[in-house]
Write a protein that binds this ligand. Structure first.
Ligand SMILES: Cc1cc2nc3c(=O)[nH]c(=O)nc-3n(C[C@H](O)[C@H](O)[C@H](O)COP(=O)(O)OP(=O)(O)OC[C@H]3O[C@@H](n4cnc5c(N)ncnc54)[C@H](O)[C@@H]3O)c2cc1C
Length: 383
């Protein structure tokens, strides 16, 4: 029977980052198993690549600050562009929420974030309907990265460090004996291992169940409309998010006229469907017409519109770390932030697996046990 010391299940951006960070630390026998023929065919390939430190909770802000520095200084070009994220408030409650969140970011060392008034907002994004806006916040180091670029950077370097990848191999179950991981069973046969790191994105729950663990990760469809403007968009357009309904838009990377827009549809229920629905186009244009009338004049590029899966947890925070089964670890439940948090996640998992805990950053509030003990986190700024 084949063997590896550490098996990573899932070849998305998170699995690739974990493999990279483990091998950077000298782990020798690391094998990633991916059921598709190529890496990145899960949610990573559907992501649009936003990165931001504008969150409510300390842990999300810290994961972002670490990851943004990583993207900025990486010797691999992952396309990091600090175009900024602009959050818009239409009422006092939202405005106060933004104020508190800016103060928290500043207290954690993020200098490039500030409150902005309506006049400044109307100058930042020409053509925006600011009539009902009371103010906003702007994070100048937030911006965009290329999700498949990040994945490529991690997986190339992991391979150079000696990590192996086996594609077209579906893991069917995680095998345990006496409370310890002993291997995995795949559609290509059994593999022995001492440790399993579950990085299977929206599909992780059923695999965790095979080891007797309830991992509260639910798949939820997210759709993006991709459109083209007849004229060039304004230069340096940031990501713009309307807090009143979650409607957001941003320019496409490397294009002067293409734009992406979306909103979280509250009627969406958990499922593994990734079919793009025509009816979503109409719904999103309705919101665009109100907030940014210039978007309503764009032409939909149907072939670029997409639907993929968020991997949501009940408190919209990731699950990082081990569990009661010795040798079983999770890097799951990013609730739509897995690409931007992949550098910090990979390092955290490598330290947890090799040193027993993450030393560069305390991620213990993200452990699985929080769902049993009721120590849930609270994040309002998820879109
Ligand atoms: C429309 C959309 C937009 C998004 N925008 C952003 C954004 O702007 N910024 C951001 O940070 N995040 C964004 N996200 C979220 C982001 O895509 C995810 O959080 C991230 O990709 C999670 O990475 P992952 O490696 O955990 O999962 P995935 O990329 O889904 O990888 C999991 C892998 O596991 C494999 N797998 C599953 N089951 C098995 C099995 N049994 N055996 C073997 N392999 C298996 C899958 O094939 C897959 O390749 C977006 C998501 C969507 C859908």
């Amino acid at each position: 029977m084949k063997k590896a010391e550490i098996i990573i299940i899932g070849g998305g951006v998170v699995g690739a980052s974990v493999a990279y960070h483990l091998t950077e630390r000298g782990a020798k026998s690391v094998l990633t198993l991916e059921r598709e023929n190529l890496l990145g065919k899960g949610s990573t390939g559907k992501a649009t690549g936003g990165v931001r430190a504008q969150f409510e909770t300390e842990i999300n802000i810290k994961l972002s600050l670490y990851s943004i520095e990583f993207f900025k200084n990486w010797d691999f070009d992952c396309g990091y562009e600090p175009c900024g994220y602009l959050f818009l408030a239409t009422g006092e409650k939202q405005f106060n929420f933004l104020k508190q969140s800016v103060a928290k970011q500043k207290s954690l060392g993020c200098e490039a974030v500030e409150m902005v008034d309506t006049k400044t907002i109307s100058k930042m994004v020409k053509g925006l309907n600011c009539q009902d806006i009371v103010g906003g916040s702007f994070g100048g180091r937030d911006g965009f990265i290329n999700p498949l670029g990040v994945l490529e950077g991690f997986s190339k370097k992991a391979a150079e460090n000696g990590a192996a990848i086996q594609a077209e191999t579906e893991v069917l179950l995680i095998e345990t004996r006496n409370g310890k991981v002993v291997g995995v069973e795949t559609d290509k046969g059994k593999l022995e291992c001492e440790k399993v790191i579950l990085c299977a994105g929206a599909w992780a729950r059923n695999l965790a169940k095979t080891a007797g663990i309830d991992l509260p990760v639910e798949p939820l469809k997210r759709q993006i409309v991709w459109a083209e403007s007849a004229t060039s968009l304004q230069e340096n357009l940031p990501m713009v998010i309307d807090l009143s309904n979650g409607f957001h838009f941003r320019p496409a990377k490397d294009s002067k006229r293409e734009v992406l827009f979306a909103y979280p549809d509250k009627n969406e229920t958990p499922s593994f469907s990734t079919d793009f629905e025509e009816s979503f186009v109409e719904k999103v244009y309705e919101k665009a017409k109100h907030r940014a009338p210039f978007l309503a004049k764009t032409k939909v590029l149907r072939e670029k519109c997409r639907a993929g899966l968020y991997e949501n947890t009940p408190d919209h925070h990731a699950i990082l770390g081990g569990c009661e089964i010795a040798g079983l670890y999770f890097a799951n439940g990013f609730s739509g932030h897995g690409v931007m948090h992949s550098p910090a996640t990979g390092r955290a998992l490598a330290e947890i697996v090799l040193d027993g805990k993450a030393n560069f950053l305390d991620v213990s509030c993200l452990r699985l046990e929080r769902f049993a003990t009721g120590e849930l986190l609270h994040e309002t700024a998820f879109i």
